[in-house]
Structures are given as structure tokens and as C-alpha cells.
Ligand binder design. Structure first.
Ligand code: ZN
Length: 333
């Protein structure tokens, strides 16, 4: 038997722009795959929120911190891959979730520098409602189009939220990017399994061209917002709609006045939703949100001020009924 030839661990990279549904797809694979996966998650935000949204599974989940992996061909990434390969109990498959601004192919190339790996597939998730606009967006269009440059499969996601004509238009825009690309229409409930080995024969890369490739660290900006306290739901609604359009994505956990449990806030463009936060998200701060914006994102102090306006007035909420009774008692003395 030729050493190493039979033992290469397959790698699948999941890409797609901010908010497309990458983590949802990943969780679907982990719930249904029945394999021992090593999952690597690269959030662009300052705090790895996605890692805390990934379901428990038999394998392991690791976060790739310190910025966009595809831009910082850092030792950290290869070191992490090395650790996975050296693990006593081998993993059947490595799944890497690229950051929402990252180039999944570039991550695949870096991964393939490691001789113990072979590329299984690059899957790109696209939000059917937003992809046509994103592809031609002056600010982010380049980044979005690049994500499709070498993928095997596109999941045109959330099609149940659109009319047939809208889905057909989105599909045509994606299909026009590259000839012969496989585009699969999906909803949150009809996600496919991993494609199997479509790129098993791709040659291993020995060098990574630097060239004039975009530096996502410069093209996009981060914002993180941490506070103790809670949001007033009505004020939060107003604050979110007051955030500037340069903010592309905002997500994380927060507290709402009157709620005992934390909420997960997910905002893509101007659309946002609140849902119960998973237990894994528990953080030291009551409110921990991370945002990603274009390089024209206003100063974080401006963004902070907008969200601060949605906080309940803590000087008042700390006055309890007991305080009121006591002060009334003092008044009658
Ligand atoms: Zn990058």
C-alpha cells in the first residue's frame, strides 16, 4: 500500500456571503451526516458567534480566530489542520465554514498545502432573495462574485420565501457567473447532503499565488458591541432601522427588557429577527453583538451611540418595588 495515498482526509469548504445560511447548512450536515466531522469556523467578526451556533456533534468544532483565514495565510490555520490530522481518533471529514466575506476557494487552496488532505468540494450558499442585488453591488459585488469562481455546487437558499419568477431570476443571475455550475434550490428544510468527492482529482497546490487578490481585512470592517443591561424592544426596532446601510451584517446575543432568557439577534441588510439564544451562546456580557460592514462603515462610536439609545435606562430599572416601599416609608416617618 502506498503510504498516505489511501488515508487523505476529505475537505469540504462552505462559502457564501454574510447571512446566506452557511451555519444552517453546516448544522444540517452535522445532524444528518452520521460521520465524525472536524468543523472549522472562521467568523469575520471580532468574536466567533457562528461557532456558538453550531450544534453538538460527535467530532470537534474549532474556531479560526485572528481575521479572515483566506487573507491571512497564517500558521494558525495550517497548525489547526495539522492538529486535526494528528488526532488519535481520525476524523472522516473536515468541513471549513469560510467567513461571509472570505473566498472559499482560497481557503481550499491553503488547506491543500497540507499533504494529508484532499479537496472534496467547495459549496457556496446564496440567499435567493439577495444574491442578484449583491452580485451587482458596487461595494461588495467583487467579493460576492469571487466566491462563486471555483465552487462545485451552489445552494440557492430560502427559495420558499420567493415567487417562482423571482427564484428563476436569481437562478439565472447565479448561473450566468460560470458555465456548468450546479445550482440546487433549497429551503431551510430541504438542504442536501454533502456532494461526494467531486474534486478528488484536483491537483495539490504547492504554491499560493499572492498576486493582486483582494485583502478582505481592508475591504471590510468589524464592529463589536458589548454592554450589560437590556434593550427596550420598541427602541431596539428604531435603532436597528437607524443603523447605516454600510453595515452588512449584525448578529449575536442580547437581552430584552422583561425577558428572562437571552435572545439571538440576526440582521442581514435591513432585515432582522430575534429568536431564543442557544445555551452555548452564554457570554459574560448581557449584550454581545458583532457586525461586519464595508470600508465606508461609520466610526464605531457612532454605531455604539445608535444602539446605546435602545438600552433601557438602568438608573430606573434598579429601583425595585421594595425601594419604592422603603422610600414611601421614609417619607411618612
Ligand atoms: Zn479573506
Amino acid at each position: 500500500m502506498m503510504a498516505g495515498s489511501h488515508a487523505k482526509t476529505p475537505v469540504t469548504v462552505i462559502g457564501g456571503f454574510l447571512g446566506a445560511g452557511k451555519t444552517t447548512f453546516l448544522n444540517h450536515l452535522l445532524r444528518n451526516g452520521g460521520e465524525r466531522y472536524a468543523v472549522l469556523v472562521n467568523d469575520f467578526g471580532a468574536i466567533n458567534v457562528d461557532a456558538s451556533l453550531i450544534v453538538q456533534h460527535d467530532g470537534t468544532t474549532m474556531t479560526l480566530a485572528n481575521g479572515c483565514v483566506c487573507c491571512s495565510i497564517g500558521d494558525g490555520f495550517l497548525e489547526t489542520l495539522g492538529k486535526i490530522l494528528d488526532n488519535e481518533t481520525p476524523f472522516n471529514h473536515i468541513i471549513i465554514e469560510a467567513s461571509g466575506v472570505g473566498d472559499p476557494w482560497r481557503i481550499a487552496e491553503i488547506a491543500l498545502v497540507e499533504p494529508g488532505l484532499r479537496l472534496n468540494a467547495v459549496v457556496v450558499v446564496a440567499d435567493a432573495a439577495r444574491i442578484s442585488g449583491l452580485l451587482v453591488d458596487a461595494r461588495v459585488g467583487d467579493t460576492v462574485r469571487n466566491q462563486f469562481a471555483h465552487c462545485n455546487m451552489v445552494l440557492l437558499n430560502k427559495v420558499d420565501l420567493l415567487t417562482r419568477a423571482e427564484v428563476a431570476a436569481a437562478r439565472a443571475d447565479v448561473a450566468a457567473l460560470r458555465h456548468g455550475m450546479s445550482v440546487v434550490e433549497t429551503t431551510q428544510h430541504t438542504l442536501p447532503d454533502l456532494p461526494n468527492g467531486a474534486q478528488a482529482t484536483v491537483a495539490r497546490f504547492t504554491a499560493i499565488e499572492a498576486g493582486d487578490r483582494a485583502d478582505h481585512e481592508r475591504v471590510f470592517r468589524r464592529w463589536s458591541y458589548r454592554r450589560n443591561g437590556a434593550f427596550d424592544p420598541a427602541k431596539l426596532e428604531r435603532a436597528l432601522s437607524a443603523l447605516p446601510p454600510q453595515l452588512l451584517r449584525l448578529k449575536g446575543s442580547c437581552r430584552l427588557a422583561g425577558d428572562a432568557l437571552a435572545s439571538l439577534l440576526q440582521m442581514v441588510g435591513q432585515d432582522w429577527a430575534l429568536s431564543p439564544a442557544p445555551d452555548e451562546m452564554a457570554s459574560q456580557d448581557d449584550i454581545m453583538l458583532v457586525g461586519v460592514g464595508t470600508d465606508a462603515l461609520p466610526d464605531v462610536s457612532i454605531l455604539d451611540t445608535i444602539l446605546d439609545g435602545a438600552l433601557i435606562d438602568t438608573s430606573q430599572t434598579h429601583i425595585t418595588n421594595a425601594d419604592i416601599n422603603r422610600s414611601q416609608a421614609e417619607l411618612t416617618l
